[in-house]
Write a protein that binds this ligand. Structure first.
Ligand code: TRP
Length: 458
């Protein structure tokens, strides 16, 4: 058992890790409902545009920071304190670390929901009328019971912590990630079923006809926050991954582009899967966190072999969620042990796991004990989601940009970006520099101001 994660990786396992960390509940669960919430096509277009410009640029920067310094984000920001004498810089690393822990607590609750549906599909096998049994499963059962949500989240977190504590994260993440292509195939098979619904014309118009009047004041921050969340940016995870590429000749911008494209395609497949079913159901379109869980069981129990498909679907979805949770807890643990090498991994991981478990109480009980808590007109879980992902995460991302700009000299950046065999990389280099240094901070600032206006005039 070692404190450090192994540093040598081949290219394929690197892709598995990076894509495995990017693809998770963010793509399948979160993306469809925020597209619904923000009116469809115009938001989708805005999202894809931001992913390929801002998201990709920041992904390259995080990987570069890691490859160059071979440090975790916290250690890199502390080093900056030493060289500049400004103590405040260390706050950037701490802020991002705390955010990672809080996001994991909320992520664990949703992973617990997945676990609940998985057990429902398993137990339905033992009922005579499985379809009838599954039709009774609804998110509201979960929402009413805070203790059930807390219990499920605890089981999920316990498994996550055990893996990280034992130092098995690397092997586990690679094994789970190597199953992702199978998950992809399953989703595509289901997609055929979903796309054959007669609601299709409306769905295609909803998703691909950009009606910009449907965007609202907070759409920009929703799109930006989700780009960071789904590409695992602002957490320092990609900085740690970049460290694995030390001494590796691969071209970072190409790696970043591939990861971004795969992640974006998966998100698009997710909306194509969910919306035809949602539109064909008689119920009104739910554009809240229950969307995926509302539509999938109904759809799965209506198709041939659906119970089995459902079981495998929720199993894969849970594994993807577990993979992401391991990545999140690993980020926290690696940062702590990097900072304090005397602290052994098992202790660091257990402490981090316990802290996250404590935080889990808030999202888990948000619709029961904390039902009456309303912040800016939102329930606790909705407020947490919005404050963490749409506000704090973009701020953390700007913090990382700052560490990056301060740590890497232009010549060092250029050396890692420009590849003589690729003339486009010379052109792209200057665009990338402008995006990182100017566009990201200005856009994040604008998005935050616009959301504030949205809240004020509501
Ligand atoms: N990108 C993941 C998803 O879409 C969630 C995530 C955010 C993540 N930050 C991470 C996963 C860090 C692993 C490590 O679900």
């Amino acid at each position: 058992m070692s404190n450090k994660r192994s540093s040598f990786r081949n290219r394929f396992s690197f892709y598995l890790l990076a894509i495995g960390s990017a693809c998770g509940l963010g793509n399948l669960w979160r993306f469809p409902y925020i597209v619904g919430e923000n009116g469809g096509g115009a938001f989708l277009l805005l999202y894809v545009f931001l992913a390929l410009t801002v998201g990709l640029s920041l992904l390259i920067a995080e990987l570069m920071l890691g490859r160059f310094t071979e440090l975790s984000l916290l250690a890199a920001s502390r080093k900056l304190v030493q060289s500049s004498g400004k103590k405040g810089y260390a706050l950037i690393g701490w802020f991002s670390l705390l955010l990672t822990a809080i996001i994991l607590s909320y992520y664990s609750v949703i992973s617990g929901w997945v676990l609940h549906y998985l057990t429902q599909f398993v137990t339905s096998l033992y009922h005579e009328d499985s379809v009838q049994y599954l039709s009774k499963t609804s998110v509201s059962v979960l929402l009413q019971s805070g203790s059930l949500q807390f219990m499920l989240a605890s089981v999920h977190l316990l498994i996550t912590t055990t893996v990280v504590l034992k130092g098995f994260s690397d092997g586990f993440e690679q094994k789970i990630a190597s199953l992702l292509p199978l998950f992809g195939i399953l989703v595509i098979v289901l997609l055929f079923g979903s796309l054959s619904r007669d609601s299709n014309r409306d769905v295609l118009r909803f998703l691909f006809y950009p009606d910009f009047s449907k965007l609202n004041w907070s759409s920009l921050s929703h799109a930006l926050g989700h780009v960071f969340f789904t590409l695992s940016l602002g957490f320092g995870t990609m900085v740690t991954f970049g460290g694995y590429l030390k001494g590796n000749e691969d071209h970072l911008p190409t790696i970043g582009l591939r990861v971004t494209i795969v992640d974006t395609l998966i998100s698009i497949v997710a909306v194509l899967l969910v919306f035809p079913i949602a539109f064909s159901s008689s119920k009104q379109l739910a554009t809240d966190p229950s969307l995926l869980f509302d539509v999938m069981p109904v759809f799965l129990s209506s198709i041939k072999g659906g119970i089995l498909f459902g079981l495998i679907f929720f199993l894969f979805l849970w594994l993807a969620a577990l993979n992401a949770s391991i990545g999140l807890l690993e980020t926290v643990t690696a940062n702590i042990t990097d900072m304090n090498p005397k602290l052994r991994r098992p202790l660091a991981a257990s402490l981090a796991g316990m802290f996250v478990l404590f935080l889990t109480v808030f999202p888990a009980f948000s619709s029961s004990i904390f039902k009456n808590v309303s912040i800016l007109g939102r329930s606790l879980i909705e407020f947490l989601d919005s404050a963490l992902i749409n506000v704090c995460l973009p701020i953390a991302a700007v913090g990382i940009v700052f560490v990056f700009v301060k740590t890497l000299k232009p010549a060092q950046r250029e050396k890692m970006f420009v590849n003589d065999k690729m003339p486009t990389s010379i052109v792209m280099y200057s665009h990338w520099g402008v995006i990182i240094k100017w566009v990201v901070p200005i856009l994040v600032g604008t998005a935050l101001v616009m959301s504030l206006i949205g809240v004020a005039i509501r």
